[in-house]
Design a protein around this ligand. Structure first.
Ligand code: ATP
Length: 296
């Protein structure tokens, strides 16, 4: 089983010709509410990729809470440790311009109320093979979750903020994108950032968008895995799909190279179609993509 201790946000997406400046009102041409949040996205990705997944987090008692809960449950994620707390759910207010540029405001809402795991949460996390963490919950809560003995701890350091040693000493694998890797290490390029990360954690993956991903471990292994060629339709949550699928592959015992190929295939499939969690591939699709890539 995989546990995700993380955020659930309702993405409120307005599509406009051009984003308004302060004091200005513009008329949009479409609006969508899309369940998201890095934690929930990774949970859905891991469940679709074939794992039993438990989500630990919080939604509000507002109109968005039930939708966020249902999106996880519909994907087969165990929501037994998802609390409903008084007040608003987390939201991401997103303005997408016709050119594709966007501006985003995240209001943590219920995510900001999450404290460290209670005994029931810790029992679920403790019997998991892997724990997926991101940084959209309060840092103290994330550190407390990482301290629960048992699972391999996989951290997506997003949004990029300074990482306390008490967190990093519990992390087995860190998975930043290249911008986060640069922000965390100050390194000029991804290879240099990878080496700097390995000074702090045993294994690291730096994702490079359509250029694939780099992997390194303290045993000296270094790998570069290309992205699968796809026509990019919507890259939203590519990183979360990658992280969720990578966790599944590792808990199934795949070695680094095969695990990275599995995660790359899952992420590429999600990039090739519209939507965030709705675009995440199911296990058979990932297996088919890998098989056709390997010419079988
Ligand atoms: P996002 O913020 O959109 O969720 P990210 O910035 O966290 O993504 P990226 O490095 O952009 O993460 O992408 C993660 C992985 O997804 C890449 O390592 C790659 O395997 C896959 N991927 C991303 N973009 C593409 C693409 N255009 N074509 C194929 N694969 C892609």
């Amino acid at each position: 089983m995989i546990s995700v201790f993380g955020s659930a946000n309702m993405d409120l997406v307005a599509y406009v010709p051009a984003a308004p400046r302060l004091g200005e009102t513009v008329t949009g041409w479409a609006f969508r509410t899309i369940p998201g949040g890095k934690g929930a996205n990774q949970a859905v990705a891991a469940a679709r990729a074939g794992a039993e997944v438990a989500f630990v987090g919080a939604v509000g008692d507002d109109a968005f809470g039930p939708g966020l809960r249902a999106a996880l449950a519909d994907a087969g994620v165990d929501v037994g440790r998802l609390r409903t707390v008084p007040g608003p759910s987390g939201i991401a207010h997103i303005v997408v311009e016709d050119g594709g540029g966007n501006a985003i405001i995240v209001v943590p809402g219920a995510n900001g109320t999450v404290a460290g795991p209670d005994d029931g949460d810790a029992a679920v996390i403790g019997r998991s093979a892997a724990l997926l963490l991101q940084l959209e919950l309060p840092m103290e809560a994330v550190v407390a979750a990482a301290r629960v003995p048992g699972p391999e701890v996989i951290l997506t350091p997003a949004p990029a903020v300074p990482l306390p040693d008490e967190l990093l000493e519990r992390v087995d694998l860190i998975v930043p994108n290249e911008h986060e890797a640069a922000a965390l290490t100050g390194a000029a390029g991804p290879d240099e950032a990878l080496e700097a990360l390995l000074g702090r954690v045993p294994e690291a993956v730096v994702t490079l968008g359509e250029r694939g991903a780099l992997y390194g471990s303290r045993d000296g292994t270094r790998l570069r895995v290309p992205a699968l060629p796809v026509r990019a339709v919507d890259t939203t949550a590519a990183g979360d799909t990658f992280a969720g699928a990578l966790a599944v592959a590792r808990t199934e015992g795949l070695g680094p190279e095969r695990a990275l190929r599995f995660a790359s295939a899952a992420a590429a499939l999600s990039v090739g179609r519209a939507g965030a969690s709705t675009s995440m591939p199911h296990r058979h699709e990932i297996d088919e993509a890998l098989a056709s890539m390997e010419g079988r």
